[in-house]
Design a protein around this ligand. Structure first.
Ligand code: BG6
Length: 491
């Protein structure tokens, strides 16, 4: 990545009281402070509907950091961070309130970053408020959290609203998966290793499996989640982002324009799934009660605030094809679900079977090499290979072992960073390569919408129940078994 000199910023956080701010943004700011990544003149301005003064705000920030930081707070770091804090009481529906913010901002020559950690229905008022107060002008940047819409139409609406006030070069759309070390490592793995670079196509690869499995349920977010479902909450953004990084052509360089251009090409090449192939290509499930790591958990329909008739999916498995020469005929099997047996994310690249067989006791299926990229909870890379077992037997006795990398988290534990830390820093640096451009968001929705539509229309693709603590509905296995394939099991 290009590292630019850090700039002095005024970071305005809309949604200062919100969960995301407390759980993610504030601990990330603390860690950036600890690592001396924040410019000495940078200020942090919390904003929201509250009559807090600076002292109240400092206290609230301190409690949040204490609650959500995974380490002891260092007094010196905290003092530095707290000296940057200010609070501005803004009701985003009150245009005059933005003038208060203007007073705070206009004394400095800092780059201004508006971080919108707010529900989507308040976004437009923020755009308008900033625009009317001329607070949108360069060098201002704006950071948007997902969900950006719940369909192509609604996401276009948000994009059109923001484009009245901000240029695309000022807009930083977050997908926090792009800030994860393991996802960044995919770039390095694919584009800096000659073996992988040259063997990354349909000539050598049989199929790919991408699993993002969660143990958590919906964490008290019934209203949000039930309107979304796992498809919109996880596939539209995180899983499609992983898929694009895994399959895109080498960008001309590592600028945001070149990277985003290649990612958009992949999203445009996704083969449509609609009413005609929905049953063959997708599986959707909803969790029932069960046990996860010895703890009993409720069914989705018994979650707090639930509507008992909900047909929302908490699990999705999809067989995806790309309509381009490089990936012709290679299926990508994606699965993600809540309340599964284990939290982990993994990509399994299965190579084609061998075309010759010199060994009587070798089944050609088992000659398929697998590259296993574990993204979470540990970060390691494994490659299986077949070899002779030592001994004097006349016949070759073969076995299967792994070449295994060390856990990168363990080796470089000092450099462990949270996705939000990385993304906040990139927004301060003004580098957009780890953010999602308008075309990416809209192309993803263009592919997702017909699937959701087909689920509504088809009666056969009924929602399948699965027990919490398992790997999802049985049909998820069938999706691969039909093709003579199996999900790689977690170990
Ligand atoms: C969020 C989703 O974007 O990602 C959540 O809204 C999900 O439902 C979360 O649990 C998963 O993120 P991570 O980093 O824990 O894998």
């Amino acid at each position: 990545m290009i590292i630019e000199t850090n700039q002095a910023c005024d970071l305005v956080i809309f949604g200062a009281k919100g969960d995301l701010t407390k759980r993610k943004l504030l601990p990330a700011l603390y860690r950036l402070e600890k690592h001396k990544k924040i410019h000495k003149n940078t200020r942090i301005i919390g904003s929201g509907r509250a009559n807090w003064n600076k002292k109240d705000y400092v206290k609230i920030v301190k409690t949040a950091i204490k609650n959500f930081l995974n380490e002891e707070m260092d007094q010196n770091v905290w003092e530095k961070l707290s000296s940057r804090l200010t609070f501005c009481n803004i009701d985003v529906y009150e245009p005059l309130h933005f003038l208060e913010l203007k007073k705070i901002l206009q004394h400095k020559k800092n780059v201004i970053i508006y971080y919108c950690a707010v529900p989507p229905d308040t976004l437009n008022s923020i755009f308008i408020g900033l625009g009317n107060a001329n607070l949108n002008l360069i060098p201002a940047r704006i950071v948007l959290e997902k969900p950006l819409g719940i369909s192509l139409e609604t996401s276009k609406k948000i994009n059109n609203q923001i484009s009245k006030y901000f240029l695309e070069s000022q807009i930083f759309r977050i997908d926090h998966y792009l800030g994860k070390e393991s996802i960044l490592n995919l770039f390095a793995l694919r584009f800096s290793n000659s073996y992988f670079f040259q063997n990354w196509n349909s000539h050598t690869i049989d199929h790919v499996q991408i699993t993002v499995s969660e143990e958590v349920g919906i964490e008290g977010r019934w209203n949000y989640f039930d309107a979304m479902g796992q498809m919109k909450d996880m596939v539209q953004n995180h899983l499609l982002q992983i898929l694009t990084i895994l399959t895109m052509d080498a960008p001309k360089n590592i600028t945001s324009k070149s990277i985003q251009y290649e990612k958009v090409k992949i999203l445009r090449s996704l083969k449509p799934i609609d009413i005609n192939n929905i049953n063959k290509r997708t599986v959707r499930g909803q969790y029932c009660s069960g046990t996860i790591k010895g703890k009993k958990v409720l069914s989705y329909l018994n979650e707090y605030g639930a509507n008992e008739n909900s047909q929302t999916e908490t699990f999705v498995a999809i067989k995806v094809h790309l309509n381009n020469d490089k990936w012709l005929g290679v299926p990508f099997y994606l699965r993600t679900g809540k309340r599964l047996a284990q939290k982990y994310s993994e990509i399994v690249v299965v190579f084609k079977k061998n075309i010759v067989n010199l060994f009587q006791n070798l089944k050609l299926e088992s000659s398929q090499n697998k590259l296993i990229l574990r993204l979470e909870p540990d970060t390691n890379i494994k490659f299986n290979f077949i070899h002779k077992t030592p001994g004097l037997d006349q016949e070759y006795k073969l076995d299967n072992s792994y070449l295994e990398s060390i856990d990168l988290h363990q080796k470089y534990s000092e450099n462990l960073i949270d996705a939000y830390e990385r993304l906040l820093l990139e927004s301060m640096r003004g580098i957009q390569s780890l953010f999602v451009c308008r075309d990416e968001v809209e192309e993803a929705w263009r592919w997702i919408d017909p699937i959701i539509d087909a689920w509504k229309k088809t009666k056969k693709n009924t929602l399948q129940k699965y027990t919490s603590g398992t790997w999802g509905p049985k049909n998820s296995d069938l999706l691969l078994i039909r093709d003579n394939r199996y999900w790689h099991s977690f170990n």
